[in-house]
Design a protein around this ligand. Structure first.
Ligand SMILES: Nc1ncnc2c1ncn2[C@@H]1O[C@H](COP(=O)(O)OP(=O)(O)O)[C@@H](O)[C@H]1O
Ligand SMILES: C[C@@](O)(CCOP(=O)(O)OP(=O)(O)O)CC(=O)O
Length: 451
């Protein structure tokens, strides 16, 4: 038995631009994780079916069982309980193609998901010493999502579990294996969704917090069903060997700086927003200039974070002093300061404000509510709180969430602000932190009470 987990994500900079492979984005992996516990064995030589059962016990009817008949001429699986879960199905199918197993197996995988992925109404929480999971009374398709990327987490961790079963000697946290898992999970995720997105969510689930640049969509679009199994398998193996030329540079927030996510209890439809933005992008002659300015500031934000990290490495003592100062000032006050040591923090703030200005322009011109006026008001108000460095609408924006970078001790100021100002009535500060790593190997024992 083995166990793994993969994190959720927030796209802090680079929404929409990340769809285009000339632009990079900044993705933070979050502490809500999807977990998989896997156990399996090869079955008797005369057995010709591999049976892969995936249980997700926190949800009603959360069990899917896929049978692969090795004697069949193509890679097809049938679900025997009469249920659908395309993300589970394509994770299995992609792995079967990649491995082209010659022996039948029986594999049992149990999925657990941390509470950040789903709305927590009507749940019963079960706890062990080290883990806790919320049990819902509805099916997975009927429980409202929060936007952390549950399907990407699921596909990534399931792919990891299957990969480690078939290639049992692999340390899945090694670069070469992570890269293979990433490609297999991207293929499965795109095919299950029926579209090739930017893939930043699968990349963060695999690699953790990264500066990400996407792959060429043709890599996946050009996959076709071969006439036989060996062709199908060869195609996936070649694709996994190929260099996808993505950027996945590991990043971590500077020490003393925390990411805070605020749920805004709204909800936005990402595909509709994307559709409006792409239409505007194609029609407005100034859109290239706006994209370019947005990109410049996204990269300035990334640079300012590295500058802050460097400042800490250069001189711990004066860094601690700078942190203390910014913890006592709000965004606007930090900008006014003449103290040279806080310049990188000022650069971070300036870049964020420019990013927001551009997102507001796109909102007005495209009609896609990326940073609608209610969110502008809320973000401006956040910037008045001491210790807040930057506040943005993450990802596709809209009415889903806000994300803030703050001096770590300023969380209490946010909690206090929520008590005092009704503008924060609709905001819930979430118990999430940044995660450096994507896929990690977990201790199997910590799941035993839940199995
Ligand atoms: N814990 C889970 N167990 C089983 N399937 C899951 C789980 N979490 C997510 N999924 C799959 O992912 C789907 C949700 O994916 P999607 O609509 O893309 O949302 P998201 O934006 O959160 O990824 C679910 O309908 C289900 O098929
Ligand atoms: C617009 C985007 O660039 C970013 C969307 O980011 P979100 O984190 O908002 O995504 P969902 O969880 O799918 O709603 C589209 C993309 O890159 O796929």
């Amino acid at each position: 038995m083995k166990a793994f987990s993969a994190p959720g994500k927030a796209l802090i900079a680079g929404g929409y631009l990340v769809l285009d492979k000339q632009f990079a984005s900044y993705v933070v992996a979050l502490s809500s994780r999807m977990h998989a516990v896997v156990e399996g064995a090869h079955t008797a030589p005369e057995e010709s079916n591999t049976v892969i059962t995936v249980k997700s016990p926190q949800f009603l009817e959360g069990e899917w069982s896929f049978v692969f008949d090795h004697s069949s001429e193509t890679f097809t699986v049938s679900e025997v309980l009469g249920r659908k879960n395309p993300f589970v199905e394509y994770s299995i199918l992609t792995m079967l193609k990649f491995i082209n197993p010659q022996f039948a197996s029986k594999i049992d995988i149990t999925i657990f998901s941390d509470s950040g992925y789903h709305s927590q109404e009507n749940v019963t929480v079960k706890k062990s010493q080290s883990k806790q999971f919320a049990y819902h009374t509805a099916k997975i398709t009927d429980v409202p999502k929060t936007g952390l990327g549950s399907s990407a987490g699921l596909v990534t961790v399931l792919t990891t579990a299957l990969y480690s079963f078939y290639i049992s000697s692999a340390d899945v946290t090694e670069k070469q294996h992570l890269e293979s898992i990433h490609k297999l999970a991207q293929v499965a995720h795109c095919q299950a969704q029926g579209k090739v997105g930017s893939g930043f969510d699968v990349a963060a689930a695999t690699f953790g917090s990264i500066v990400y640049r996407r792959f060429d969509p043709s890599l996946i679009n050009e996959l076709k069903s071969g006439v036989n199994k060996s062709e199908d398998s060869q195609q996936i193996q070649d694709l996994v060997k190929q260099d996808w030329n993505i950027r996945n540079d590991r990043v971590a927030l500077p020490s003393g700086i925390r990411l805070i996510m605020g749920d805004v209890k709204g909800g936005s439809n990402t595909p509709k927003l994307v559709q409006k933005v792409l239409k505007w992008r194609a029609e407005d002659p100034e859109s290239s200039e706006i994209y370019s300015d947005l990109n410049t500031n996204n990269m300035k934000l990334v640079d300012s974070l590295s500058e802050i990290t460097k400042a800490e490495q250069d001189d711990h003592f004066s860094y601690a002093e700078s942190l203390k100062q910014i913890g006592n000032l709000n965004t606007y006050e930090i900008l006014k300061s003449t103290n040279a040591s806080i310049k990188p923090f000022q650069d971070l703030i300036k870049a964020t404000l420019e990013i927001r200005k551009n997102l507001q322009i796109i909102t007005q011109r495209s009609g896609a509510e990326i940073e609608p006026p209610q969110q502008t008001q809320l973000l401006d108000r956040c910037n008045e709180i001491k210790g807040v460095l930057s506040s943005v609408v993450p990802g596709a924006g809209g009415h889903d969430a806000i994300s803030l970078l703050i001096e770590a001790n300023a969380l209490e100021n946010l909690v206090q602000a929520k008590k005092e100002d009704t503008i924060f009535d609709k905001v819930e500060w979430l118990d999430l932190t940044e995660q450096e790593y994507g896929i990690i190997i977990e201790n199997v024992d910590s799941y035993k009470e839940f199995l």
